[in-house]
Design a protein around this ligand. Structure first.
Ligand code: SAM
Length: 245
C-alpha cells in the first residue's frame, strides 16, 4: 500500500519536533545516544534518521521494499550505521533481548495489537521501552484546517482522521499496565505543494484511482491557493506520544 506513495511520503511527511525526543528520553529512561533501537514500520526513515542523528544504532524494519529502498538511499554512510530489514513487526526477524527501544512512528495501528507488543517485549532488553508516536494535524486549532479535513472526509471513502466523529488515537496505551502519554503541540510551516504531497502520501489517498486522486488534489490546491495566496501554510500539529515499559 505505502510503496505506491513512497515518493510522496518521503517528500511530504513531516519530521517530529525536538521536544518529542526529549520526552522519549525522559519517559523511557533510555538515552538515545548509544542505544540500540528497532524502528518498526520505519517506512522511508523519517524517525530512523532522527534517531541515528541522536546517536542510536537503528535496525529499521518494514515489509515495504520501496519504502526501505528510499530509507537506505537517504541514510547514506556514516556512524552509527543503519541496518534495514524487510520484515513484519508481528514476527520480527530478530533475536531475543537485542534492543533498548522499540519504536512505532505512525505505524503500530497497522500491526496486530497483541502479537506486535509481545514481539516487541521479546526483542527488548530488561530495562527497555516501547515507544509509539503519531504526528497529527490539530484541526481544532484552525478553522481552515478543520474545513480542509471535513472536505476530505466528505470526498474520500476511506478517509480516517480528526473529521470523523469516531476517530481517536490508536489504542496502544491499552496494551500496557504502565504507560506514559504526552501530547506535544508544534507548528509546521509548509508550502502548499509540499502540503499536497503529504496529502497524497496517506493510505486513504492510495486507495483512490490515480484519476480521482489527481482531481481531488487539484480541488484542494485551488482552495488553498485562494485562501493563502502567498503559498505558505502554518499548520497546527500535535504529536501523540506513548511510552510503555
Ligand atoms: C505511515 S508509515 C510510517 C513510516 C515512518 N515510521 C514515519 O514515521 O513516517 C507506516 C509504515 O508501516 C509499515 N507497515 C505496515 N504493516 C506493517 C507490519 N506488519 N510490520 C511492520 N511495518 C508495517 C508500512 O509499510 C509503512 O511503511
Amino acid at each position: 500500500m505505502f510503496d505506491r506513495v513512497a515518493d510522496a511520503y518521503d517528500a511530504g511527511r513531516p519530521s517530529y519536533p525536538d521536544e518529542m525526543y526529549r520526552a522519549v528520553i525522559e519517559l523511557s529512561g533510555v538515552d538515545l545516544d548509544g542505544a540500540t533501537t528497532v524502528d518498526i514500520g520505519a517506512g522511508t526513515g523519517i524517525l530512523t534518521r532522527a534517531l541515528r542523528a541522536r546517536g542510536s544504532h537503528v535496525i529499521a524494519v518494514d515489509p515495504g521494499a520501496g519504502m526501505l529502498t528510499r530509507l537506505m538511499s537517504r541514510s547514506g554512510s556514516g556512524t552509527p550505521a543503519v541496518a534495514a530489514v524487510q520484515g513484519d513487526g508481528n514476527a520480527l526477524p530478530l533475536g531475543d533481548g537485542v534492543a533498548d527501544l522499540v519504536t512505532y512512528a505512525q505505524s503500530w495501528h497497522w500491526l496486530d495489537p497483541v502479537v506486535s507488543i509481545s514481539e516487541a517485549r521479546r526483542v527488548l532488553r530488561r530495562r527497555g521501552a516501547i515507544v509509539g508516536c503519531w504526528n497529527l494535524n490539530h484541526a481544532a486549532q484552525a478553522d481552515w484546517l478543520a474545513a480542509y479535513e471535513a472536505r476530505l472526509a466528505a470526498e474520500v471513502p476511506a478517509y480516517w482522521g480528526p473529521a470523523v466523529e469516531q476517530w481517536s488515537v490508536p489504542p496502544i496505551a491499552s496494551a500496557f499496565e504502565v504507560i506514559e502519554e504526552r501530547w506535544i503541540p508544534w507548528t509546521r510551516l509548509i508550502g502548499i505543494e509540499d502540503f499536497l504531497l503529504d496529502l497524497r502520501s496517506h493510505s486513504y489517498m492510495a486507495a483512490l484511482s490515480p484519476e480521482a486522486a489527481d482531481a481531488l488534489v487539484e480541488r484542494r490546491r485551488a482552495e488553498l491557493r485562494e485562501e493563502f495566496p502567498e503559498g505558505v501554510l502554518s499548520v497546527p500539529m500535535r504529536v501523540y506520544l506513548a511510552v510503555g515499559r
